[in-house]
Design a protein around this ligand. Structure first.
Ligand SMILES: *Cc1c(COP(=O)(O)O)cnc(C)c1O
Length: 453
């Protein structure tokens, strides 16, 4: 009998997050203050984040225990199933074993709830009753809206204009959970007004929306804090519950991965599935192939320079050492909205730089082709973002068929695509464009990156 679903006993759900920082080959480069370009101090971050999250940002503790109230929130949908993709393996006629962690079962439909409930909890515990944030495709805004509803907090979401207009159901979903949703750029912030005056017809961008959300928190006199859905160390930390559970689930069937795959926007879901396996490679000597998958339209890890850059267009965030396409980069309008960020998490960037992990890029059409096969075999409609991980997993499985190797492949299914049917529609009608970034665009990006030191 095939065991399709490998379930973890809820009583065995890990109660501490895994912190990769002490296991890195070299210490992480410090974030720099956007004005002085000196290393940021905890005090610099206090306007935006509560003390517990600032502490996690630079913690050297190997494990950080998960407070009971967060465990309690997690138990609404965690542990998530690990599934052996027997049907996909059969369709591919591969000797590889393919496993995926199904993060699409969360109430928000993606992995993002793993960090939003943690961030809402720590803010609430610090006496904060209101959060601001940005959202692109709407996944993060939805996750934070639910978390704020759970912890009885107000939530304002700056939603990138093009998504605000094209994804009305995402907007009403956030409103259903009680959030205020504002189309960005907006006239509610100084930065938004400036952009509206300069480029009245802009589609908006994540970088602009971040600047607006940060401005509101920074000018609130401490009353409102800001919440980010990816990139920062504490966000990656919260996502490690994915990989920790997967490790226990794989061990329960006598497996451990040879290949670990995830799609990368800011890097949080890939870090979440992959980081708990990093010690097995660095200390245990197991040759694990960690593959970060990004779109060719936004090739941060595969083509961007490794440099200090801002996280937002308005240059308000600390400077982080990362791969970046430049903080004012606006990528082509591919359907994997969650993968359209100009930069990437510094911890992930460092692991790619140090060759512990590697990155590949795919066009969107082959990703939708992979997603379609996956849906027909496994029954689940993947988010367009997740389809990038599926494409890479399928390609690795095909390589196994050619070489006759029986590798164990683990990928993260970061979310479902129930709100992305217009994207599937475009794929089916053959109107999806595949974008390559030209050298000129890359050069422009490089010129926008601040010169440090
Ligand atoms: C936001 C999102 C991503 C990309 O963000 P990461 O921080 O790189 O994980 C990927 N998949 C889904 C479903 C998302 O919502």
């Amino acid at each position: 009998m095939n065991q399709y679903n490998i379930l973890l006993d809820p009583a065995k759900m890990p109660d501490a997050w895994y912190n990769v920082i002490p296991d890195l080959p070299s210490p992480p480069a410090p974030p720099l203050h956007p004005g002085t370009q000196q290393p940021v101090t905890p005090a610099d971050l206090e306007a935006l984040f509560p003390p517990a999250l600032i502490e996690q940002e630079a913690s050297a503790e190997p494990m950080i225990s998960i407070p009971g109230e967060i465990m309690d929130a997690y138990r609404l949908w965690r542990p998530t199933p690990l599934r052996r993709a027997y049907r996909l393996e059969k369709a591919l006629d591969t000797p590889a074993k393919i496993f995926y962690k199904n993060e699409s079962v969360s109430p928000s439909g993606s992995h993002k709830l793993n960090t939003s409930v943690a961030q809402a909890y720590y803010n609430k515990s610090a006496g904060i009753n209101e959060l601001t944030t940005e959202t692109g495709a709407g996944q993060w805004g939805t996750a934070l809206s639910i978390a704020c509803a759970m912890f009885d907090m107000k939530c304002t979401v700056y939603m990138v204009r093009v998504s605000f207009q094209q994804k009305p159901y995402r907007r009403s979903l956030m409103q259903l959970y009680g959030a205020d949703v504002v189309s960005s750029p907006s006239d509610t912030t100084d930065f938004g007004k400036k952009i509206l005056a300069e480029q009245p017809d802009t589609t908006g961008s994540l970088g602009i929306a971040i600047s607006e959300a940060i401005e509101v928190a920074a000018k609130s006199g401490g009353r409102i804090k800001y919440s980010l859905g990816s990139v920062l160390n504490h966000v990656l930390l919260h996502q490690t519950i994915i990989g920790e559970e997967a490790k226990l689930q794989l061990a329960s069937v006598g497996e451990s991965p040879d290949v670990v795959i995830g799609c990368v926007g800011g890097g949080s879901n890939f870090a979440g599935v992959a980081f708990p396996f990093v010690p097995d490679k660095l200390k245990g000597g197991k040759d694990i192939d960690f593959i970060a998958v990004e779109p060719t339209a936004c090739p941060t890890l595969t083509r961007g320079p490794y440099a200090y850059d801002f996280g937002d267009t308005g240059q308000m965030t600390p400077l982080l050492l990362q791969y970046t396409l430049g903080h004012d980069f606006v990528p082509p309008g591919i359907h994997a909205g969650g993968l359209r960020y100009h930069g990437v998490a510094a911890l992930l960037a460092q692991l790619v730089k140090e060759k512990v992990m590697r990155a590949v890029a795919y066009y969107q059409n082959p990703c939708f082709e992979a997603a379609t096969l996956f849906a027909q075999c496994e029954g689940i409609v993947p988010a367009p973002e997740s389809s990038h991980a599926i494409r890479a997993a399928i390609d690795e499985a095909i390589k196994c068929k050619e070489s006759g190797q029986t590798k164990t492949i683990l990928f993260n299914l970061s979310g479902h695509g129930h709100f992305d049917m217009t994207a599937y529609d475009a794929y089916q009608s053959g109107t999806l464009e595949d974008f390559d970034l030209d050298e000129e665009a890359l050069q422009r990006a490089e010129n926008a990156i601040p010169k440090i030191g």
